[in-house]
Ligand binder design. Structure first.
Ligand SMILES: Cc1cc2nc3c(=O)[nH]c(=O)nc-3n(C[C@H](O)[C@H](O)[C@H](O)COP(=O)(O)OP(=O)(O)OC[C@H]3O[C@@H](n4cnc5c(N)ncnc54)[C@H](O)[C@@H]3O)c2cc1C
Length: 563
C-alpha cells in the first residue's frame, strides 16, 4: 500500500528515511509550476540564505549549484545535507512559521527559485501534486531530526522529577526534536549541576537554542524561547476563534481554514487534547490497524497549518467578554484575541481521586495517559490502572506489552457496562492483566517518587500494600468550562448546552434576541458554538469530536453571512 503523502509513520521505517524520499527530485514541470509563484535569483558561494533561529523562512528550489543545510547539534550528531539541482529546502518549521533549525548556505554557486512562506502556503493549497511531494518531504525531514535527536534543545532531567516528563511531553507533542541527558545515568551532568547550584526544584534544565538555560521552565516559557507562537495582533478580528486544539478543535481548524476563513486557534497546552495521550486508537474510521493519538493529531495539525490556520500553544484562555457581535477572549498572560464567531472545543480534564498527596507523584509515578513515553518508564515493572472505561482498557492492554503485570482496579462489579467488548476480551485473555473489582486506592506512599500503593477490597474491607511505582489514573473527565464564567448556559455538570437542548428560559436568561432558534451546535449566545467532549450530550469519542468540529464550521458560515 502507498503510504499517505503527508503522514509518514512515527517512528519512521528505514525506507521512509531513504535519501530519495527525504530529498526528492522535482521534474521540470513541477519547477515551472513553482516558478510561477516565485522569483529566480543567482546565488554566490558562501552566501547564507537562512540562519539557525530565523523566522519566516523562505523556500528555495535549487536550479543550479548546491545548498548545504547544516546545524551543529547539541547531541552527538551534526546535520549536514547537500541540496542539489531540482531539489528543495525546508522542513516542518517552514509550514508552521517556527524558527529554522538549520543554516542554509550556498556551497556551489548557481541559481535558485525563492518563495516566501505565504507563497509556499498558497502553492500547497492549490497544487495537490506538489503539496503531496513537499509535505511528505518536510514531515520526513522533521521525523529524521527527531529520530537523531538533532534539535536545538537539550533537556537535562531525571525520571524522578514530574517537570521532566511534562517538558519532554510538551516538546514531543509539539513535534520538536530534543536531546535528552538523564541525570540519573550521567554523573558528569549531576556534578555540573552541583557546581552551578542547580537544585532539585530546578530540574529539568532546558538549554534552548544553544543559549538560554531555563530552570524547570513553564510550557509558556519554552514556547516563547523556541518561537512556537506568532505574535497575536490584538486589533485583528478573526472570522473564527477556536478555543482548544483537541480533535474537535483541530477538525474545525482544518475545515474552517480550508474553506477560506481566517482561523485562530488557542490551545492551553499542546495540540492533540486527550486523544493525543492515547497509545492506540483502534476505532477511528479508516485506520484498521489503529493509530497512535500523537500520530493522528500530529497529522491533523499539519493539515490545519497547510490550509493557513494559526494555532498557538501554551495559551490558556481564562476569560471571555462579549461586545455586541464581537467576542474577545483573554489569555493567562493578559493577551487578548477577538473574533466574529467562536468554537469552544476545550474538552474535559482528568478526574482525580481524592488522595491528599496525589500532586506530589503526578508525573513521578502517577500518570493520566499511557503513551510510549510513560510505558518506557515502567518496562518490566508492575503497574496499576485505575478505571473501567475504554481509556483504562486501552492503557491496560498497551502497558501489558512491556510491564510485568498490570492490575486494573475498578469500583464496580464488572467491566461490561463501561468498556467495549473487544477490550474486555483482550483483558480476559491476557495473563499479565489482573482485574480487581470493587477495589479502590486508599494511599500513595513514597518520598519524591511513588514507591508503594495501598488499595482496599470493598467486599472484605481488607487493605493491601503493593510495591508498585506506577499508577495510571484513567477515571474519566470533567468539562473545561470554568473560564466561561456564566457567559453561556451550562448543564448541572458544567457541560455546554447547545441547539435544541437549550430551554426557552435559558435563552431568555442569556438574552437571545434573534428571531431564529440556536443552530444545532450553537450555544445560548449567537455565533458561539460548542463541540466535542465539552458539549452536553456529546458522545465521548474522537470521531464525534471530529464530526462536530466540521459541522460547526458549516454553521459558522451561516452566522457570518448574516453579520
Ligand atoms: C487515554 C485516552 C484514550 C482514548 N481513546 C479513545 C479511542 O480509542 N477512541 C475514541 O473514539 N476516543 C478515545 N478517547 C476519547 C477521546 O480522546 C476524546 O473524546 C476526544 O479527545 C475529545 O476531543 P475534544 O477535542 O472534544 O477534547 P479534548 O481532547 O479534551 O481536547 C480539548 C483541548 O482543549 C484544551 N483546553 C482546555 N481548556 C482550555 C482553555 N481554557 N484554553 C485553551 N485551551 C484549552 C486542552 O488542553 C485540550 O488540548 C480517549 C481518551 C483518553 C484520555
Amino acid at each position: 500500500m502507498t503510504p499517505e503523502p503527508s503522514s509518514p509513520e512515527f517512528p519512521p521505517s528505514a525506507p521512509d528515511l531513504l535519501p530519495e524520499r527525504l530529498f526528492p527530485t522535482l521534474t521540470s514541470d513541477h519547477i515551472s509550476r513553482i516558478a510561477a509563484r516565485g522569483r529566480r535569483r543567482p546565488v554566490a558561494a558562501g552566501e547564507v540564505l537562512v540562519n539557525v533561529g530565523d523566522k519566516a523562512i523562505p523556500f528555495f528550489v535549487v536550479l543550479s549549484g548546491a545548498i548545504q543545510a547544516w546545524r551543529p547539534a547539541e547531541g552527538a550528531e551534526t546535520l549536514n545535507r547537500t541540496i542539489r539541482a531540482s531539489q528543495f529546502t525546508g522542513e516542518a518549521s517552514l509550514m508552521s512559521g517556527r524558527r529554522s533549525m538549520a543554516q542554509l548556505r550556498v556551497s556551489e554557486p548557481g541559481e535558485v527559485l525563492e518563495l516566501s512562506r505565504e507563497d509556499l502556503l498558497a502553492l500547497v493549497q492549490t497544487d495537490a501534486e506538489l503539496s503531496e511531494i513537499l509535505m511528505r518531504a518536510f514531515i520526513l525531514r522533521r521525523v529524521e531530526l527527531i529520530a537523531h535527536d538533532l534539535g536545538d534543545v537539550v533537556v537535562i532531567g531525571s525520571t524522578h522529577s514530574a517537570g521532566t516528563l511534562r517538558v519532554k511531553e510538551f516538546l514531543t507533542r509539539n513535534g520538536h526534536p530534543f536531546h535528552y541527558v538523564d541525570l540519573d545515568r550521567d554523573p558528569t551532568a549531576q556534578e555540573l549541576f552541583d557546581r552551578f547550584q542547580v537544585t532539585t526544584n530546578d530540574v529539568p534544565v532546558l538549554i534552548c537554542r544553544g543559549s538560554a538555560a531555563l530552570r524547570n521552565p513553564t510550557n509558556a516559557q519554552i514556547a516563547s524561547c523556541l518561537g512556537f507562537n506568532e505574535e497575536i495582533d490584538e486589533a485583528r478580528v478573526s472570522d473564527l476563534l477556536i478555543v482548544g486544539a483537541g480533535p474537535a478543535g483541530l477538525a474545525a481548524a482544518v475545515y474552517g481554514a480550508s474553506e477560506g476563513l481566517d482561523v485562530l486557534v488557542l490551545e492551553a497546552n499542546v495540540p492533540g487534547g486527550q486523544a493525543g495521550s492515547s497509545s492506540r486508537i483502534e476505532n477511528y474510521l479508516g485506520f484498521p490497524t489503529g493509530i497512535s493519538g500523537l500520530d493522528l493529531t500530529g497529522r491533523a495539525l499539519s493539515q490545519a497549518l497547510k490550509f493557513g490556520a494559526r494555532p498557538m500553544v501554551a495559551k490558556p484562555v481564562t476569560k471571555m467578554s462579549i461586545d455586541g457581535r464581537r467576542y474577545t477572549v483573554e489569555m493567562d498572560d493578559g493577551a487578548h484575541a477577538s473574533a466574529r464567531t467562536i468554537i469552544v472545543a476545550t474538552g474535559a480534564a482528568y478526574r482525580k481521586p481524592g488522595l491528599h498527596n496525589l500532586s506530589v507523584f503526578e508525573g513521578a509515578g502517577v500518570y493520566y495517559g499511557a503513551t510510549p513515553m510513560e510505558a518506557q518508564l515502567c518496562v518490566g515493572d508492575e503497574v496499576a490502572v485505575v478505571g473501567g472505561g475504554n481509556s483504562a482498557g486501552q492503557a491496560a492492554v498497551f502497558l501489558a506489552q512491556t510491564a510485568s503485570r498490570v492490575h486494573v482496579l475498578i469500583r464496580g462489579e464488572a467491566l461490561a457496562e463501561t468498556m467495549s467488548r473487544y477490550l474486555i476480551r483482550r483483558i480476559d485473555e491476557n495473563p499479565k492483566i489482573v482485574l480487581r473489582t470493587r477495589t479502590q486506592i486508599t494511599a500513595l506512599e513514597g518520598d519524591r517518587r511513588l514507591e508503594r500503593v495501598q488499595w482496599r477490597d470493598e467486599r472484605t474491607g481488607a487493605n493491601e500494600a503493593h510495591d508498585i511505582h506506577h499508577v495510571f489514573m484513567m477515571t474519566g473527565a470533567t468539562p473545561n468550562t470554568a473560564w466561561l464564567s456564566g457567559c453561556i448556559a451550562l448543564d448541572d455538570k458544567g457541560f455546554i448546552k447547545t441547539g435544541p437542548d437549550l430551554s426557552r428560559e435559558e435563552l431568555e436568561h442569556a438574552r437571545w434576541t434573534l428571531a431564529r432558534s440556536p443552530f444545532l451546535l450553537e450555544t445560548s449566545r449567537p455565533g458561539i458554538f460548542a463541540v466535542g467532549d465539552v458539549r452536553a450530550g456529546n458522545i465521548k469519542r474522537v470521531a464525534s469530536a471530529v464530526g462536530e468540529g466540521s459541522i460547526a464550521v458549516a454553521l459558522v458560515h451561516q452566522v457570518l453571512q448574516t453579520l
